[in-house]
Design a protein around this ligand. Structure first.
Ligand SMILES: CC(C)(COP(=O)(O)OP(=O)(O)OC[C@H]1O[C@@H](n2cnc3c(N)ncnc32)[C@H](O)[C@@H]1OP(=O)(O)O)[C@@H](O)C(=O)NCCC(=O)NCCS
Length: 155
């Protein structure tokens, strides 16, 4: 057993069977959650990938990314509120970054709320850097930071 989790974390590609748990986590995590239909659509898009973290066969977090023309974009990442600070988001993000390297992506980008310091800390830990601000991206007064991790330059 590691770090307070009741089992080890495993990463899988999501299937339709994961959607109820994903949608439940999404609703617990965001004020304007994606609908089930949004996740269903991601499962059909060839450039989209939805991965889940499972502990003891329960889905405890997920990440959605697009990979288009050598650029990875992270659209969504969330971990069940009861299982935070146990390294689950790090596992999901590490998996996505490893995939980006394997598939020769040059950059990984994402948007994060300017007020979401937990997520920003996570991304900084993975060497993402702030690039610019998108004002009112999430609604009036809710700015997004665009963060970016370059990949080729590190070799
Ligand atoms: C952001 C989120 C995904 C992090 O998930 P997590 O599994 O708790 O993250 P990890 O345990 O892998 O944390 C890795 C690092 O991120 C940072 N971090 C995570 N949560 C933090 C918090 N509440 N406060 C400060 N730093 C935090 C820390 O640097 C942490 O390392 P440490 O625990 O060794 O200090 C989770 O808080 C979440 O689901 N939030 C709601 C949804 C959301 O904001 N998603 C991101 C949208 S862009």
């Amino acid at each position: 057993m590691m770090g307070g989790l009741p089992g080890s974390v495993e990463i899988f590609d999501a299937t339709r069977d994961d959607l109820p748990e994903i949608v439940q986590i999404e609703r617990l995590c965001f004020q304007q959650p994606w609908s089930r239909g949004s996740f269903e659509r991601e499962l059909t898009l060839p450039f989209s990938r939805l991965i889940v973290a499972r502990v003891n066969n329960s889905t405890v977090g997920f990440l959605c990314r697009w990979l288009i023309a050598g650029e990875m974009h992270i659209l969504n990442l969330a971990v069940h509120p009861k299982l935070r600070r146990l390294g689950i988001a790090s596992r999901l993000l590490g998996y996505a970054l490893e995939e980006a390297r394997t598939k020769d992506a040059t950059v990984v980008t994402l948007e994060v709320r300017r007020t979401n310091l937990a997520a920003q800390n996570l991304y900084r830990k993975f060497q993402f850097e702030e690039r610019r601000l998108r004002r009112n991206y999430y609604g009036p007064g809710e700015d997004a930071l665009v963060m970016e991790r370059r990949l080729r330059s590190e070799s």
